[in-house]
Design a protein around this ligand. Structure first.
Ligand code: PEP
Ligand code: MN
Length: 268
């Protein structure tokens, strides 16, 4: 069936705003998600969350199911990770987001977490997109690492046409000829999407660069490109993070980013 009007397009309705706790993503205030790449254990997740909440991070992230390149690497605590996220979310009063990779985990995971992340590797998993489209939860849809903007936006359309319009696009870098950084953060895409589509966009400078020393600059660049928020990997002790240690920042760096985002909010 040929469709000439897509739900993602500006002429299909007003810009989509999404409630994240007591904040609204898609309004003037930038929403910041942060936390470790993977949920490692309860104590560590709790320490990180308490600190992030104190410095003003709005929502917590942490992977319970990890899509690792090598099947021999740590795959996440899975169900136990969800339990940790639920406890820590409750105890700190923070909204929690985690990646779900399997259609069979979607329904029950929402008893533990508030926001579902679709990872870069699953952006083309149409069964998973349809499944999360049947929920009412906000969905962070990461850009496939080799996906064009058109393919990415159609992936959002898959979710929305099932009834769930709470889609947050996340630019997390794409593969290019450049190998100096882990990915190439495509800020053109952010400006373009804000111009053409109704969906809010957040930027992930952690996976976008792969290098913690670039996270501060690319966070601010993302905001200036028009992003509605950021998702950043952070840890009390980044050197010891089980996964993505090299791109994980500490709490002091996180606090500095939050301060500067507030300054940019005023300028914009
Ligand atoms: C992550 O957020 O830890 C992750 C695996 O991200 P991506 O899907 O963008 O690689
Ligand atoms: Mn990661």
């Amino acid at each position: 069936m040929k469709m000439n009007k897509l739900l993602v397009e500006k002429n299909s309705g007003s810009d989509i705003k999404i409630k994240i706790g007591n904040k609204i993503l898609g309004e003037k205030e930038k929403i910041v998600f942060s936390g470790p790449c993977a949920v490692e254990n309860y104590e560590n997740m709790k320490d990180i969350a308490v600190k992030l909440k104190k410095i003003g991070v709005h929502a917590l992230r942490g992977g319970a199911f990890k899509p690792r390149t090598s099947p021999y690497d740590f795959q996440g605590l899975e169900k136990q990770g969800l339990e940790i996220l639920k406890s820590v979310g409750k105890e700190t009063g923070m909204i929690v987001s985690t990646e779900i990779m399997d259609t069979r985990d979607v329904e029950y995971a929402l008893d533990y977490i508030d926001i579902i992340q679709i990872g870069s590797r699953n952006m083309y998993n149409y069964s998973l997109l349809k499944e999360v489209g049947r929920t009412k939860a906000p969905i962070i849809l990461k850009r496939g690492m080799s996906a064009s903007i058109k393919e990415w936006v159609y992936a959002a359309e898959y979710i929305m046409r099932e009834g769930n319009e709470n889609v947050i696009l996340c630019e997390r870098g794409i593969r290019t000829f450049e190998t100096y950084t882990r990915n190439t953060l495509d800020l053109n895409a952010v400006a373009y999407i804000k111009e053409k589509y109704r969906l809010p966009v957040i930027v992930d400078p952690s996976h976008g660069t792969g290098l913690r020393e670039l996270v501060h600059s690319m966070s601010l660049a993302g905001i200036m490109a028009g992003a509605d928020g950021l998702i950043i990997e952070s840890h009390i002790n980044p050197e010891e993070a089980i996964s993505d240690s090299r791109q994980t920042i500490n709490m002091e760096s996180m606090e500095k980013i939050l301060k500067n985002v507030k300054i940019l909010e005023k300028i914009i």
